[in-house]
Design a protein around this ligand. Structure first.
Ligand code: FAD
Length: 388
């Protein structure tokens, strides 16, 4: 494997940086910080005007036809800058599912609007009583002529307050074995019976608890076969895992590098002159490199037309656990002043390690917890038997 990126990818990196300079304004960052919402419609529209909602998709579908490496380089820049990309991320997971498994009418309804930046699609898998075991979903969908009626609740429906549709896992046959009675739908969110209650996580991110009372969805918005939702979910979950990578740790490391190279007021040398500081930063840099390469490997698998299974799980597991380890280690290195938050002018390294420490815990949870990823790697990668 050739790990060099090449001139075309480096050119994409330059363009991405220019775009971020123009559109990731202090105002956008401040809004994300205060609201905890990692989606911004102005930023999103600018992305779509630039043709970057799905840069790796073919030009005829509204993408740029970028190679996977070019797309990943762009993603690295966006993640590292902390751009508000959750909305585009979940939307393109679902657009990817529809591209593979949707009907022609669904493709026509969703794909052009998603790529033009007009709609946001959120993920409605997790429920208050089940997350890792998504197959235990209880939200009911009952057929009523050409429509389905949905009742239930979903937990952690991130960006539901911005969303046009939720890609939702429902139970359609409560008597069938668990994984055989599930069906997936694209549920329009702006309709009576949908209630969205905000939840704030430890890092200040906004997500939601959502309730569905007699919510109607036409049969044309059913994705896949009736009771065939588990097959659709397999595609969705592997696309979700494949999208995860360690941009937040690169951002933290960049802030810590700046801190390490600056001599503090009244000091005689920058912190980087201390070998213990260099050792910790060096360890974090090596881990970030592994996270980046695992994400690229997962991208290469996608580029070859396959779905990243074990590769996506490894990338997600490593990146999320690496930032958890690093943020604790670097916060410890900074000492008490490292605990001041972003926005406080006295915060060391702009509060980057403190924020990453709080943010990291969520990354080991969403998209499947670390335990779930290890089970997948053990089973599908190593061929070990299923856990009891
Ligand atoms: C910030 C954030 C945003 C999120 N956004 C979304 C979203 O947009 N849409 C959505 O649908 N969901 C979302 N989630 C939900 C996330 O996917 C779930 O939280 C996750 O799948 C875990 O489910 P759970 O919370 O029910 O925990 P549980 O499944 O109850 O797990 C509890 C603990 O048990 C462990 N465990 C469970 N099963 C096993 C097993 N078989 N073997 C070993 N250990 C096990 C888990 O690893 C975990 O440590 C989000 C979560 C967070 C934190």
């Amino acid at each position: 494997m050739d790990f060099r990126l090449g001139e075309a990818a480096e050119d994409v990196r330059r363009q991405a940086r220019q775009f971020l300079e123009q559109h990731l304004t202090d105002e956008v960052k401040e809004k994300m910080h205060t609201t905890g919402v990692h989606h911004d419609w102005d930023f999103h529209r600018a992305l779509s005007e630039r043709g970057w909602v799905a840069p790796g998709w073919p030009v005829e579908l509204g993408g740029q036809g970028y190679s996977v490496v070019e797309g990943l380089v762009m993603q690295e820049e966006f993640h590292q800058a902390g751009a508000p990309t959750y909305g585009v991320g979940t939307t393109m997971i679902v657009a990817g599912i529809i591209r593979r498994l949707g009907t022609p009418a669904q493709k026509e309804l969703v794909i052009p609007r998603a790529l033009r930046g007009e709609i946001i699609i959120v993920l409605g898998f997790t429920e208050p009583e089940c997350g890792s075991v998504v197959v235990a979903a209880q939200t009911r969908a009952v057929r009523d002529g050409d429509e389905w009626v949905i009742n239930g609740s979903k937990m952690f429906t991130t960006n539901a307050q911005e969303g046009d549709y939720a890609f939702m896992l429902t139970r359609t046959d409560p008597d069938a074995p668990k994984h055989k009675g599930l069906t997936t739908f694209l549920v329009p969110l702006r309709q009576p019976g949908v209630e969205i209650r905000p939840i704030r996580t430890l890092s200040g991110e906004r997500t939601n608890l959502t309730f569905y009372t007699d919510v109607r969805v036409e049969d044309g918005l059913r994705i896949g076969e009736v009771d065939g939702g588990w097959d659709v979910m397999a595609v969705g979950l592997s696309l979700e895992r494949a999208g995860a990578q360690g941009g937040e740790s690169s951002r933290m490391l960049a802030a810590l590098e700046r801190w390490a190279c600056t001599t503090p007021e009244g000091g005689s040398a920058p912190p980087a002159s201390d070998p213990r500081v260099r050792a910790r930063l060096g360890r974090a840099a090596a881990e970030n490199e592994v996270s980046t390469l695992l994400a690229r490997r997962s991208g290469w698998v996608q580029d070859s037309g396959a779905l990243p299974g074990v590769e996506g799980s490894m990338a997600k597991l490593f990146a999320s656990e690496a930032i958890t380890r690093q943020s604790a280690d670097l916060l410890d290195m900074l000492g008490p002043d490292g605990m001041r938050s972003e926005g406080d002018p006295t915060a060391l390294a702009g509060g980057a390690a403190e924020y990453a420490y709080r943010f990291a815990l969520g990354t080991t949870t969403y998209g499947g917890t670390s335990e779930v990823q290890r089970n997948i790697i053990a089973q599908r990668g190593l061929g070990l038997p299923r856990p009891r």
